[in-house]
Design a binder for this molecule. Structure first.
Ligand SMILES: [Fe+2]
Length: 495
């Protein structure tokens, strides 16, 4: 090499790193994101909310949706894959849908559907970006007809309390594949802000955090909208987007069957208020889920679940709505039928005792063979005797009607004990609202003189959840406290 060429080579050698850095800088955001992810061994830096499982649009468990939230709105390079455990063949989800969260333009929800799932199998799934696996987990698909089903019920849960955290760790020990939340999912109201503070860190945690448990990656969570989710929540109103533009997250963060009777906002829907921009923002985020997803149904193994909106704005005297409920329950051919709604019609708690409007559907539940109704609202566990209720033709006075009183005649099955006599005459009403919000005062548990005559069990000294196991024509229920003790135990049989 001549001296001139040698000098040039020497200069270029020193300039090379600068040239490479310049090329990297101008190569665009995509490369920078890839570099960050590749260098980052913790996938949670990509996920603002970790992947969680939902029913999706399927009303028979044959498909499942996985959702996650990220600050990176880019879909390029993203892949959702799944396969039965032990199988080698990964299938790719056909598409990944995205939606921005109202009031949080920095956050994007991603949703992808795992279709044609074989029943009763362990299913592995993963989320990858740019060929790097960011997340992997597994869940149990819906059982086939005739196979055992284990599901949990707990409501009034997203408070951000220590009790909620302990309960979540207890729930983690359960091998149930499904968790049904009968409303008041998040306190004080269902905004994205409070989902991120009071709900996801407890039920969809990474697993190594002190306060939460990784439940939602392996159990399908089903939500029912309570008053704190989509209506009045104490001093706030969840429908008021002008105060909290990220309200009504129930309709954005949950993906559930859209087979309810109400497709348009109007009577019997939680109607939002706010500026045109705030309302448009919410409607765009919610899509077809609002308002239809307030009522829906699905089959899961041997069980049919009907989820109803019991909020104050609902008129369950409406003939069209009543017909829909009756037809839905009549057409269900599963051995077991459950109805889920937030505000209970039969409640001995001094709190909310007067809100009895769901009693108006009791006769339909009895006619169509409903086994159990699950509610929350009262921060306690309550079990009714099996009962029949006939609303009175005499209306309460205006004041009592406004409060929600529904007068009527009871027929109680006092012989059902859930151990020796397990065939109930009537519908059993369970309140499972001890999921994390401050509990009902403890004296209600001991002082039976305060209970209304239909109440068989009342527990409110511990946070607790309901464990339900179906095995053929036998249903075994336990109310399990946060310390693992069993607060109530009974069996319902059909033979
Ligand atoms: Fe409530």
């Amino acid at each position: 090499m001549n001296p001139t060429a040698a000098r040039l080579f020497h200069r270029l050698k020193h300039l090379a790193p600068l040239a490479i850095c310049t090329a990297l800088f101008f190569s665009g955001a995509h490369f920078q994101k890839f570099s960050l992810l590749a260098a980052d061994s913790k996938p949670t830096h990509y996920f603002d909310v970790n992947p969680y499982l939902q029913l999706g649009k399927s009303d028979n468990g044959s498909s499942v949706n996985v959702l996650w939230i990220s600050k990176d709105p880019n879909k390029n390079g993203l892949l959702c894959s799944y396969k039965p455990t032990l199988s080698k063949d990964w299938k790719q989800c056909k598409q990944i849908e995205t939606r921005s969260i109202n009031g949080h333009p920095e956050l994007t929800v991603f949703a992808s559907t795992l279709t044609e799932l074989p029943p009763g199998k362990s299913i592995d799934y993963s989320i990858s970006k740019d060929n790097k696996v960011l997340f992997q987990s597994s869940f149990q698909s819906a059982p086939s007809a005739g196979s055992p089903l284990h599901f949990l019920v707990f409501g009034d849960c997203g408070k951000g309390s220590d009790g909620q955290a302990v309960l979540a760790s207890r729930i983690k020990e359960s091998n149930a594949s499904l968790a049904v939340l009968p409303g008041d999912i998040v306190y004080p109201i269902g905004t994205m802000h409070f989902y991120k503070r009071h709900f996801f860190p407890y039920f969809n945690a990474e697993g190594n955090e002190e306060k939460g448990s990784p439940l939602m990656r392996s159990k399908i969570f089903v939500g029912c909208a309570g008053n704190h989710d989509v209506a009045e929540g104490g001093y706030l109103d969840a429908r008021d987007l002008s105060t909290t533009p990220d309200s009504m997250s129930y309709f954005v963060l949950w993906d559930q069957p859209l087979n309810g009777p109400i497709a348009q906002a109007g009577n019997n829907t939680p109607n939002v208020v706010g500026t045109k921009g705030q309302i448009d923002d919410f409607l765009r985020a919610a899509g077809a889920r609002y308002p239809r997803m307030a009522n829906f149904s699905f089959n899961y193994g041997d069980a049919h679940f009907l989820v109803l909106d019991a909020n104050r704005y609902m008129d369950w005297d409406d003939p069209g709505l009543r017909r829909w409920v009756e037809d839905n329950l009549k057409q269900a051919k599963t051995p077991w039928k459950f109805v889920v709604f937030h505000q209970p019609g039969f409640n001995s708690d001094m709190a909310h005792r007067e809100e009895q409007r769901m009693r108006k559907l009791a006769e339909i539940f009895e006619r169509t063979g409903v086994d159990i109704c699950f509610s929350g609202h009262s921060h306690s566990y309550q079990r009714s005797m099996p009962l029949h209720f006939s609303p009175s033709t005499v209306s309460p006075n205006d004041h009592d009607a406004r409060l929600g009183f529904v007068m009527g005649r009871f027929k109680l099955d006092k012989t059902f004990d859930g151990t020796l006599k397990t065939k109930p005459d009537g519908v059993i009403y369970i309140i499972s609202g001890s999921g994390g919000a401050p509990l009902t005062p403890g004296h209600m548990e001991e002082d039976q003189s305060l209970w209304l005559p239909f109440t068989k069990k009342f527990a409110c000294r511990e946070y607790s959840f309901t464990s339900c196991k179906i095995n053929g024509r036998k249903l075994s229920i336990e109310q399990i406290a946060d310390d693992g003790s069993v607060l109530d135990r009974f069996v319902v049989s059909k033979d």
